[in-house]
Design a binder for this molecule. Structure first.
Ligand code: PNS
Length: 160
């Protein structure tokens, strides 16, 4: 069974993330959406909240949601994953993603990082942008799955 991990902070999950996760499920037998803490980002949602938001948007038995507090590659080793799947948006993502892919490869050479290009309409979509639009009372419904619009509004509206 070919297992892929879609890792990220997902704070919160966006339509861009969901597109990459669903496309990964077309390519692999099982996809683990792995919610991790990114040490360089301050989160609006706890890990448990982020996992719940993702679960609300997913209805595919091939996709599961999990979390881990150690190195991504250690989770990959333990779960027998063959690949880490990440979405690439504009060129601006490339340096950061390339660096992570190289570090992960040197820590655990058995795992491949596979990049899926973002759809055109998701090219400039990010969790930070969603939180910014929401906190300034903008409409986030074009950017996040409809199942979680209310939850994000409840948390972010009026917050900076
Ligand atoms: O959605 P993000 O914030 O770009 O995801 C980054 C993430 C969480 C995948 C990355 O920070 C990560 O892998 N963190 C887990 C710790 C780890 O393995 N670090 C070494 C790889 S750089």
């Amino acid at each position: 069974m070919k297992i892929a991990i879609c890792p990220g902070s997902f704070d919160p999950v966006t339509l861009g993330h969901l597109d990459v996760i669903e496309r990964a499920a077309e390519l692999f037998d099982k996809v683990v959406v792995l919610v991790l803490n990114n040490s360089s980002k301050k989160s609006a949602f706890t890990v448990d909240e982020r996992m719940e938001l993702i679960k609300k948007c997913i209805n595919n038995p091939k996709i599961v949601v999990d979390t881990y507090s150690g190195l991504l590659v250690d989770y990959a080793k333990q779960s027998g994953a063959a690949a880490i799947v990440k979405g690439l948006r504009a060129v601006s993502d490339f340096d950061y993603e390339f660096q992570q892919a190289l570090i992960n490869k040197s820590l655990y050479p058995e795992v491949e990082t596979v990049f899926l290009t973002a759809k055109g309409e998701n090219m400039f979509l990010s969790s930070s942008m969603v939180k910014e639009v929401c906190s300034l009372n903008g409409d986030i419904s074009p950017f996040v799955p409809k199942e979680i619009v209310k939850d994000i509004n409840l948390r972010c509206k009026g917050e900076k």
